[in-house]
Design a protein around this ligand. Structure first.
Ligand SMILES: Nc1nc2c(ncn2[C@@H]2O[C@H](COP(=O)(O)OP(=O)(O)OP(=O)(O)O)[C@@H](O)[C@H]2O)c(=O)[nH]1
Length: 280
């Protein structure tokens, strides 16, 4: 079991900043990682967002098999959400999301009109865990590069409004959700997918956890195809050691980094680490 450590001061600050941003918006776009849509949802978001319309953006759709797309949409709809699938890197799913955000914010203008006020653009914010693709999504929604999008977790700056159309304004800085504190199983998945930002974790433990998880989900073939080492008789940790012996002169740290990078870059294939609950 991996021990993941957080920095409470850092989290408190992020949480405060998020609440400050949320005060100013009409519509929230909550970005999830398609490989782990459940673990990348934060239980407190509902409370923070309150009654504002919220759209779920299941990003990195390219990193899971296509047949799962509609299954996740159906599942989230059954839970009362409005889910939209995107690939922010390639720019897929952006138009429908934009339309939905515009529509979700219409209530604001209805209210304004009823008070004799003029319409104004709907204000939206993109929020989600570190590194889930918020900046890439903002750049796609705006249609040009206004936010730095990087592979390294935690790259996000201060806020400004950007007009996307005469109907919608977007905060140029994403709202970063501080990682979940209590749910270790979710935290491990977030760490595996590199969605945990500046939290400290042990690379070797997380790599071992990834191997255990792949075994549990019957994805042993992806490991065997990539590394040509049979996995069935090994625990995650023992497999990592065996791999280290085979590949890097017993350097487990290097092997762990390589394994995680291979997974994160999609080099093992499109592997969902979670399935919609009915399918389990
Ligand atoms: N394959 C794939 N990669 C994506 C997608 N969206 C974003 N990425 C990549 O994921 C990495 C992180 O994306 P960012 O947009 O920087 O993530 P962020 O949520 O803004 O990150 P922070 O600023 O750290 O909170 C980048 O390398 C992006 O190119 C996607 O839909 N598919």
């Amino acid at each position: 079991m991996a021990i993941i450590q957080w920095y409470p001061g850092h989290i408190a600050k992020a949480e405060q900043e998020l609440k400050r941003q949320l005060k100013n918006v009409d519509v929230v776009l909550e970005v999830l990682d398609a490989r782990i849509p459940l673990a990348s949802q934060h239980p407190q978001v509902s409370q923070w967002v309150g009654s504002k319309p919220r759209l779920l953006v299941i990003n990195r759709q390219d990193m899971i098999p296509e047949e799962l797309h509609s299954q996740w949409v159906a599942w989230f709809q059954s839970q009362g959400y409005s889910p939209y699938l995107t690939d922010a890197q390639a720019g897929k799913g952006i138009k429908s999301l934009l339309k939905a955000a515009q529509k979700a914010g219409e209530a604001v203008n209805e209210k304004r009109r009823s008070r004799g006020m003029r319409d104004r653009p709907v204000r939206a914010v993109v929020m989600g865990f570190p590194n889930v693709g918020k900046s890439a999504l903002i750049n796609r929604l705006v249609g040009r590069k206004i936010v730095q999008s990087a592979r390294k977790a935690g790259v996000t700056r201060q806020l400004k409004w950007v007009r996307i159309s005469d109907q919608i304004d977007l905060l140029d800085a994403p709202g970063v959700i501080p990682p979940k504190l209590k749910d270790q199983a979710a935290a491990i998945k977030l760490a595996i997918c590199d969605d945990i930002g500046e939290a400290g974790y042990d690379l070797q433990n997380i790599a071992s956890d990834l191997i255990d998880l792949l075994k549990q989900l019957h994805f042993t073939d992806v490991l065997e195809n990539r590394y040509h080492l049979e996995v069935s008789n090994f625990t995650g940790s023992a497999y990592l050691s065996a791999l280290a012996t085979q590949r890097h002169n017993q350097d487990k740290e290097r092997t762990a980094r390589e394994l995680l990078n291979d997974f994160r870059k999609g080099l093992m294939g499109t592997i969902p680490l979670e399935l919609p609950p009915e399918l389990v």
